[in-house]
Design a protein around this ligand. Sequence first.
Ligand code: GAL
Length: 378
Amino acid sequence: MGWNSWNAYSCTVTEADVRAAADALVETGLRATGYEYVVVDDCWMAEETADDGRLRADPADFPSGIPALADYVHDCGLQFGLYSSAGSHTCQGYPASLGRERLHARQFADWGVDYLKYDNCGDHRGRDPVDRYAAMGEALAAVERDIVYSICEWGRNAPWEWGRNVGGHLWRTTDDVVAKWRTRDDEFGLGICDIIDRTSALDIGAAHGPHGWNDPDMLQVGNGPDSGQSRHEPTDVRRPLTDAETRSHFALWCLLGAPLMVGTDLEALGERDRELLTNEHLVAINQDPLGLQATPDRRDDAVSVWSKRLRDGGAAVGLFNRGEERATIHSHADSVAVSAHNSYRVLDCWSGDEWETDGAFHAEVEPRDTVVYRVTPK
Ligand code: GAL
């Protein structure tokens, strides 16, 4: 859990934005909820490396340098993350780490980096992805600092099959998420519903678990098409995702056990978005120690029931309506991943209402919305 600069600021990110995000994590209560890592994505580097190949921060946008920024983030009680790529250059054309893995891993460790997002852009010099990602995995393992290794290979070469073996702690499973429900084939990126459908089709839940997580990309809660440009409007006024779509986005990411990386301008975080991101029931489902990924009971239907087992013997259940009509979605304790019992407690994770059932439960679900229940044996 944490915050990443990309979805809000893309290539305009500055040191001041990152400090403001760290402050805002504390002030909004997101840090207390568990959002912990502050990750600077692409575009923090200068256009040229130092003569010895070490990376340099852009002197105009990061005038204090990365170690000072890492110190600032640490002093806020947070962890600090940085970005590079397993190629000659990053996706925005800045110098990257292929062939310089040991040098850069040492540099990251010396700078106080706790998390590395490692992208797939630039010239690969004919090397295959497993080899390129293993080189950085070995370099990170050789430094005396624990650094979370976040593989961003877009799911092109099934990283869920080899991510752990190369030292990865999480790996992206799809192309970039955008702040839309769906995208057309000729548009950049994937919408929220596209990623949910793709995750369901990939069927990769078995690869997911403690120390190695499938990553369906970062959160777009609070973002609009103009994100990063309009900085002082509350996020929930300008977002293009509706309330229902935003709820489904957060609900499914929690059920999937996704790394919850907030990607919005936190200084402008609206109250509804803050409440969503700090919903204790949803975050508890996301962080459940069993670390399972929810699976759907059916694919390609307007409605589906996603469920995952929880450590207390209960289950988290998402009643997801991806259709355009209101729907009544029925399910039963027998068909979700809950231990068999005579009666169950059902908690509605949005409203906090609780009731008892001998097994059956249902919900009226608005178009593109998701109701989440926590079903616990009594
Ligand atoms: C993409 C990556 C994004 C972001 C971007 C930066 O490859 O998927 O999450 O990091 O590069 O240029």
